[in-house]
Design a protein around this ligand. Sequence first.
Ligand code: GLA
Length: 730
Amino acid sequence: MPITFNEAAKSFKLTAKDTTYVMQVAPGGYLAHTYFGKALPDDDLTYLLRLTEPPFTPETNDRDRSSYMDCLPLEYPCFGVGDYREHVFSIVDENGATAADLRYNSHKIYDGKPVLEGLPATFANDPSEAQTLEVTLEDKVAGLEATLIYTAFTNLDVITRSLIVKNAGTANVQLTRVYSACVDFDNDEMDMITLNGSWARERHPDRCRLRRGKQSVDSLKGEPGHQYNPFTALCSHNADEDSGEAYGFNFVYSGNFVSEAETTQFGRTRFVMGINPVDFGWLLEPGESFTAPEVVMVYSDSGLGKMSRTFHDLYRNNLIRGEYRDKRRPILINNWEATYFDFSTEKLVQIAEQASKLGIEMLVMDDGWFGHRDSDNSSLGDWFVYEKKLEGGLKALVDKVNSFGMKFGIWFEPEMISPDSELYRAHPDWAIQIKGRPLTMSREQYVLDYSRKDVRDYIYGMMRKILDSANIEYIKWDMNRQITEPASNALPKERQREIWHRYVLGVYDLMNRLTTDYPYILLENCSGGGARYDPGMLYFSPQIWCSDDTDAIERLKIQHGTSLCYPCSSMGAHVSDCPNHTVGRQTPFATRGHVAMVGTFGYELDVTRIPQEDRDAIPAQIEEFRKYNPLVRTGDHYRIGNMFEDNTWDAWEFVAKDKSEALLEFVQVLRRPNMHSRRIRLKGLDPDAYYYDESAPDKKYSGAALMHAGVIIPEQWGDFRSVIMHFIRA
Ligand code: GLA
């Protein structure tokens, strides 16, 4: 049984594969946290609460309840009742007061996992995959009920959390902070890892020791942004890829977030995660409910590698949906870096024709096909075909591309509006704005008010017309700026602070309609590269454009960081032309292919113009991708090298679940003079089985030898060279 209740101790024990999570109703009715870590047989860990040590419990020492509150490990600590550590819940009640006090009322345990109304979340494919515990806490004074929802996955070291707050009273309540999770660790000796960066260098891992005080990453941009990702790992100081304890937290949400660790005065750590409370507010009228998004919590007793593989398995099987979830994605060619805005029907047809001959399977027409868009300064919101550019219309182009045996995909930026657009001229009030204030421009565009259903309906109507007009089988959904002047013309004064969250719910609503109405369309998310790479988006699209930086060497870092939490099968990755458009670097065509092969794979170049030698290499490169993609999509991913620690090389591996084969990819970033070749140790193989390298099948190695003694990587002449080796069980 993954979830049990011990009546005598009033404790709940959640078992997720080899992980145990225990909480209990403590004196005073508070829901206390006792344990999160490696599996234990015990279900009563009351001794860890040290209730017999000062400051004692309210029952024995009510003169100092505040001290008790300030050191009790809690599942859902409220503001204003004695716990001065970071709180996860605060309100403004009908009298303007801000304290809240949630205490245990009831609970239930059931098979499966509930759906979160209007929000993406992980799911159980059938009820036996997970069990759920709902603990309802109540604040009698404010008339609130908070139902904490915990799901333990049976075969994965994963526990998820979310909650529903209901106004069960008779007066209005303003919610001012509703985080989704809090975990109190009985220890402050940990490192914190976050994924930080900027445009063109997203999700670089950053690791530091927890220090006194609070340390956090967050966003107030209306999306997670390039700078921080809604992921955090807390791990032991000695944790590396293969050993040590690691806890991973990921927020299934695509808007403003906070992820914070606080070390406390008593040598503990409180970790919290949720919607950013800055400028957040939600009015709950009697009978209304608010659902907080999900936090995924992963425990690993064997380092960061196992933590990542658990996230990958969960997201591949219990988050990503749709037709392409378990399928190889079509090999696409995208015209962005090939033409930018300067293309015509003829140009696209030339690219498609040439590409089809080389084995490429889909043409994606990127930005510039609508309104009168010749640069990024117009037409967002005018989702009708730019006939002057696309002579003959969209259908004729798509038919032509289809006639080469290729699929066709298209780019949209549905959340945006250009001041120079028919839409803006007709509905200037549809842009997010504060009446009377100038709108702040970014990439010469504004953000549409997606909290409004009429706005979403209108945009979706235009998109449908396009989608129904031709055989379109892929959409790249882009989002190229962030929110400013946060207010809505459609919300009453007392609900203005809801705009941020309502915006995200609006985006989810439209993505939901799109994926429901067009289930055969492959949706790829994008936000100026990878500014919205989060599990909320993965619920709707099985792949996300990792970064606008397509340079193979920069991608080593970006893809390494991304893999900490997100599966390689979700990483949009393309082979582009050289010198690279972001960094001007020249890398071998083969290396560009090997690095893009880690992800969804495709091309982003003018195939009619690249050097003949590169063009000639494409069919074999595609062959190689097709051969290894099943392993990349379904196997276990191991990071072997780390460019952040040694910038001369990188390596990673994919191992089949049954350990029958492994793909090793190695990149010699910088050539070392006067050195022996490098030895690399593989991971994840069956130590007792024998394997051979497909390119030299006569020599057999035991799995143990490959993992402990290693293999020799043939030395390469020059920088940025790559080598792949395929080991097969003999
Ligand atoms: C963003 C995307 C790019 C491209 C451009 C088009 O920057 O990340 O891939 O689609 O928009 O304007």
